[in-house]
Ligand binder design. Structure first.
Ligand code: FE2
Ligand code: FE2
Length: 228
């Protein structure tokens, strides 16, 4: 879900108002957040929409983390940095993916919209050696998800989809309304399925791993229900 349209509706305003609360951070964490934000502003200077989206994902991820008891600092940082590589052209992203031996199991030109997550996992650790492995994993998985999503992975994935600057389509507004109503697993599941429906409705290539993940999660969810 990577097309960005900036609109405003009352439901988005309500959701946007919810995501502005600031948790209490240590002075070191605050300094780190300010550094990542300043670096992002410089890095995305020529792409204000991507910059606004990234900052909005960061605040939304932080809000989701507060609601669902996930580490808010990690969620905020992963949100700030999640689209770091997306400001490069698709050709440059594909070249970098080849250089870094990132294997999607299909021709990389078919997954041009997905490679920026796994690329960022590898490049950001070089730029910021103190970024933890779980933050980097959440950044990698925001484009393709996984069968074994951590809570942090889920928070960043959902935030990317529902941040308030996204187009006010009914499906996203519904997901926004479910924050705090559904448990985190179910909200991730609904968001993941919505992403697949979007790919189908726009007649785009559906990455085979996505289908695998979908089927595994269907079975996992059925098994969990049986044992509930
Ligand atoms: Fe992205
Ligand atoms: Fe994004």
């Amino acid at each position: 879900m990577d097309n960005i349209h900036v609109h405003d509706t009352s439901s988005q305003q309500t959701f946007a108002q919810q995501v502005v609360e600031e948790p209490i951070y240590s002075s070191q964490q605050l300094a780190d957040i300010r550094t990542y934000e300043a670096d992002l502003c410089a890095h995305m200077e020529h792409n204000p929409h991507r910059l606004a989206h990234s900052m909005s994902v960061a605040k939304t991820a932080q809000h989701l983390a507060l609601v669902y008891g996930v580490d808010t600092f990690k969620a905020r940082v992963a949100g700030i940095l999640h689209d770091w590589e997306k400001v490069n052209t698709t050709a440059d992203q594909l070249a970098k993916a080849r250089e870094l031996n990132i294997d999607f199991g299909v021709d990389l030109t078919l997954v041009g919209a997905l490679v920026h997550g796994p690329i960022a996992q590898k490049t950001l650790v070089q730029r910021y050696p103190k970024l933890s492995a779980d933050i980097l994993q959440a950044i990698a998985r925001h484009t393709i998800a996984d069968e074994q999503m951590s809570d942090l992975d889920k928070v960043v994935f959902i935030a990317d989809a529902i941040e308030p600057l996204r187009a006010p389509v009914q499906a996203l507004d519904h997901l926004r309304s479910q924050v705090g109503q559904l448990d985190l697993d179910s909200l991730f599941w609904e968001t993941f399925v919505e992403g697949i429906l979007y790919v189908l409705s726009t007649h785009r290539y559906l990455y085979p791993r996505t289908i695998e993940i979908y089927n595994t999660l269907v079975i996992q969810r059925a098994t969990t229900k049986e044992h509930a």
